[in-house]
Ligand binder design. Structure first.
Ligand SMILES: Cc1ncc(COP(=O)(O)O)c(C=O)c1O
Length: 394
């Protein structure tokens, strides 16, 4: 009989179970919203990236349905063959206006945008200088590019400067940071990094996945928040988080975008978005322009919830955004906290190594604009009682 060549995977899973780090996928039985049903339990949902509640916004739903009626459900092709519809080009034009750049290209996801762009613009003779906490999709893009990778300690601009000073002259260098770091919720030091990139003639790239729809005027992101328009060569955003739908995009010069049309492998070799996705994203941009008060509501909820957690004595790290980690250190303890919160009606995922460093395990929370005060207070009460039960706070 044939022996299972993948038997080692089961052994790896057993190790995760023994370490208390095995995660079963939780399943939503209702919409992605602030209070929903997960694994047969009604919970206050602090686990999504649905910052503005747009996953269920009536305008987005209506536009998606209209697009299905008009164009069908799929495109049947990659963008470069027969998969570019007017709705895709309309979305790209609207995103370029929104981001105040010459042009935009939309990818199937934020992950594809980062990985596809870094690997396209660099080759093996180039160098990338990258923050140690940059997103996995940036790391993978760097690896795919075969460029030399130099990592600087988190947000340490002086260390990045030293790396740049040590590099041989006339090598092409990409300096890259997240706008908002996804696990700690802190902001990249954009003004200083942009100045550094200018001093050394580097390409400056920012991944604004968690900033789009959250920071800057009408949610234009950290480039707008810090007044860095025109100083970032490659801006990545996602349509999957605050925008509430799916996809990623790159904003920059017309030449950059046309180059990516020709060289970014996920763009070239993977089918384009269903028209309903593009239509819903266009509607989301309209909501950002016409209902900016939802962004203010997100921030009001963020301030209320953060203050509540800190008041209870939890370690919320260095967050400056609606991503608020509750850092407990030990991986199994983070998972236990998450499980007990869930049993108490609060859905907040535990995150441990390798997603965060050993000793930095946490439960990660994200409030949204659509959480009610009652829901947030309910969540805080649950954190208080479970935190005391597990000896995390007194
Ligand atoms: C910082 C960052 N960049 C990129 C991505 C990828 O975005 P998407 O979910 O659209 O693929 C994520 C999502 O996890 C992220 O947190």
């Amino acid at each position: 009989m044939r022996s299972d060549p993948l038997a080692y995977l089961a052994a790896e899973l057993e190790t995760l179970k023994a370490q208390g780090l095995y995660r079963r996928l939780r399943v939503l039985e209702d919409e992605q919203k602030s209070k929903t049903t997960v694994d047969h339990r009604v919970v206050v949902n602090l686990s999504s990236n649905n910052y503005l509640g747009l996953t269920t916004h009536p305008l987005l739903r209506a536009r998606a349905l209209e697009a299905i009626e008009r164009y069908g459900v799929g495109t049947g092709s990659v963008r470069t063959i027969a998969g570019t519809m007017t709705i895709h080009t309309e979305l790209e034009q609207k995103l370029a206006e929104f981001k105040k750049t010459e042009a935009v290209v939309v990818f199937q996801s934020g992950f594809a945008a980062n990985a596809g762009t870094v690997s396209a613009v660099l080759d093996k003779d180039d160098i990338v200088v990258s923050d140690e906490l940059n997103h996995a999709s940036i790391i993978d893009g760097c690896r795919l590019s075969r460029a030399t990778i130099k990592v600087f300690p988190h947000k340490d601009v002086d260390a990045a400067r030293k790396i740049l000073q040590s590099l041989p002259a006339r090598r092409r260098v990409l300096l890259i940071t997240d706008g908002v770091f996804s696990m700690d919720g802190d902001l990249g030091p954009l003004p200083d990094l942009c100045s550094l990139a200018e001093e050394h003639g580097c390409i400056m790239m920012v991944d604004d996945a968690h900033a789009s729809g959250v920071f800057g005027a009408n949610g234009r992101g950290t480039i707008d928040h810090f007044g860095m328009h025109g100083r970032v060569d490659i801006q990545v955003g996602t349509l999957s988080k605050a925008i509430g739908v799916l996809g990623g995009y790159v904003a920059g010069t017309r030449a950059l975008i046309e180059f990516l049309y020709h060289r970014a492998r996920p763009f070239l070799f993977s089918t384009s978005h269903p028209p309903a996705v593009a239509a819903a994203c266009i509607a989301a941009l309209e909501v950002l322009m016409e209902e900016p008060q939802i962004i203010e509501r997100l921030w009001e909820n963020t301030r209320f919830f953060k203050a509540g957690l800190v008041g209870l004595g939890f370690n919320t790290g260095v967050s400056e955004s609606p991503i608020t980690p509750v850092i407990v250190g030990d991986g199994p303890l983070a998972m236990r906290l998450s499980d007990r919160l869930f049993e108490s009606g609060v859905f907040a995922q535990g995150i441990a190594f390798p997603t965060v460093a050993i000793g930095k395990a946490r439960v990660r929370t994200i409030v949204t604009a659509t959480h009610t005060r009652d829901e947030l207070q309910f969540a805080l009460d649950a954190f208080a009682s479970v935190g005391r039960e597990l000896g995390i706070v007194s």
